[in-house]
Ligand binder design. Structure first.
Ligand SMILES: [Zn+2]
Length: 425
């Protein structure tokens, strides 16, 4: 039965089991580099936009179990200057967060609410530092579950499927992995803005803060489910504010009063998925299939002997839902030529072609009165987008066409201004 689970359900199960912190002072961390933060002026000219550098920032959310409930704290590391998002930098950030954990606990305990700890840092990169010799793990992009043990790394392609593969530390790392130094420029605590929103709701009801805290904790308890699902009259103590924040997960029946509680719920992933009620039509279909399988229809029904005809549906090979490596597709000359033409239209007019539009139009492109591409040659918008980005990389050295586009654009805006001027007179 296990192998028939869709992989997504499996991985969610994996996450939930990770979040189930059993011991006191055990922490679960989610860490990633956020999308580069692009600083923006209120009004931006062309020169402001081009060649702008994004600000690197790294977010770590720590879930910590204290006194039976899970608390959250978010660390934000903002880099002053452009830095490579490599192992040395990421390692340094994680070390910093972990070193912070005792104080993190204190911070959470004193505040009882989510906070953001923001650090602005400048990395100290030692260029003379020896390059660490790390050997890459084969097919690393296919692996999604890792367990760090004292002797090595246990790898799985999907959570809880099979035994996994073991790689000893010695076979991947030669020396100690260097960690860069972080120079802290500014450290600050920012209270969650979301708190403000929930306080407004509280005031309407005239409840005090203490009770509100209890309420927040309740939402993490599984007993709470009963309250949200059963139509029984709510106890007197429970307030009757509408739970306006519903979980966006499909099938999940939980809803919350505060958006911060919803955030916690999504992070923990302890969704309460209720089975969908079947309509009468669906129920009859299911019943009919059951009856067919039993051979119990009341009419003469010759049951097919189990032969090799239906073995294909009987059993799926283990791991069928795992991600597969897509074979590389090589574009034909004509495909490349077509994409280049479309790309150049965007280049010269300054109006960029939308990859999804290009992919769509490709189906209707004609050559000598006939369809230019066969069905097998149609490309997806992702393929078009990635080819365009490759062309951009190639074209970066030749900026003349960009200049043409820029002048065309400025001419256009001058014309527009003149027309508007005349209209207003
Ligand atoms: Zn949910």
């Amino acid at each position: 039965m296990e192998e028939s689970y869709p992989s997504i359900k499996k991985s969610r199960k994996g996450k939930t089991s990770c979040c189930e912190l059993s011991r006191e002072n055990e922490a679960f961390m989610v860490a990633d580099w956020a999308m580069k933060f692009l600083p923006r002026k209120y009004r931006e000219g062309q020169t402001d936009w081009f060649g702008k550098r994004g600000i690197n920032w790294h977010i770590t959310v720590t879930m910590l179990k204290t006194e039976g409930s899970v608390k959250f704290l978010t660390h934000v590391h903002i880099f002053e200057q452009p830095t490579p998002q490599d192992a040395a930098t990421t390692g340094a950030i994680l070390v910093d967060v972990v070193q912070n954990i005792p104080s993190v606990k204190k911070a959470i305990d004193s505040q009882q609410r989510g906070q953001y700890r923001v650090k602005v840092i400048s990395p100290v990169i030692n260029a003379d530092d020896e390059k660490v010799s790390l050997r890459s793990i084969p097919l690393i992009s296919m692996l999604h579950n890792f367990k760090f043990t004292d002797n090595g790394l246990q790898l799985w392609r999907a959570y809880d499927i099979g035994q996994g593969k073991f790689i000893s530390w010695n076979s991947i790392i030669d020396k100690k992995i260097p960690v860069i130094q972080l120079l802290f420029i500014m450290i600050g605590l920012i209270l969650s803005l979301l708190q403000w929103g929930s306080e407004v709701v509280d005031r309407e009801d005239g409840d005090d803060d203490e009770e509100d805290d209890n309420d927040d904790e309740d939402t993490q308890n599984d007993n709470y489910d009963k309250d949200t699902t059963t139509p029984e009259p709510v106890p007197k103590k429970r307030r009757t504010i509408a739970k306006v924040f519903t979980c966006p997960e499909e099938g999940c029946t939980r809803s919350f009063k505060h958006s911060s509680s919803l955030d916690k719920h999504i992070l923990l992933g302890n969704c309460n998925i209720k089975e969908e009620k079947l309509s009468l039509a669906d129920r009859t279909k299911v019943l009919y299939v059951q009856k067919l399988e039993d051979g119990n229809l009341g009419v003469s029904f010759t049951k097919q002997p189990a032969n090799n005809n239906n073995t294909a549906t009987d059993k799926l090979n283990k791991g069928w839902a795992l991600m597969v490596n897509k074979p590389k597709t090589i574009f034909t000359q004509d495909q490349k030529a077509y994409l280049y033409e479309q790309f150049m239209i965007g280049k010269t007019t300054g109006r960029k072609e939308d990859p999804s539009k290009v992919a769509e139009e490709m189906r209707y492109a004609l050559k000598n009165g006939e369809n230019r591409f066969s069905r097998s040659q149609y490309l997806t918008s992702q393929q078009v987008a990635s080819y365009f980005s490759r062309l951009v990389q190639k074209e970066k050295k030749i900026d003349e066409t960009d200049l043409i586009a820029a002048t065309a654009d400025s001419k256009c805006s001058v014309l527009k201004r003149n027309v508007l001027k005349e209209c207003s007179l």
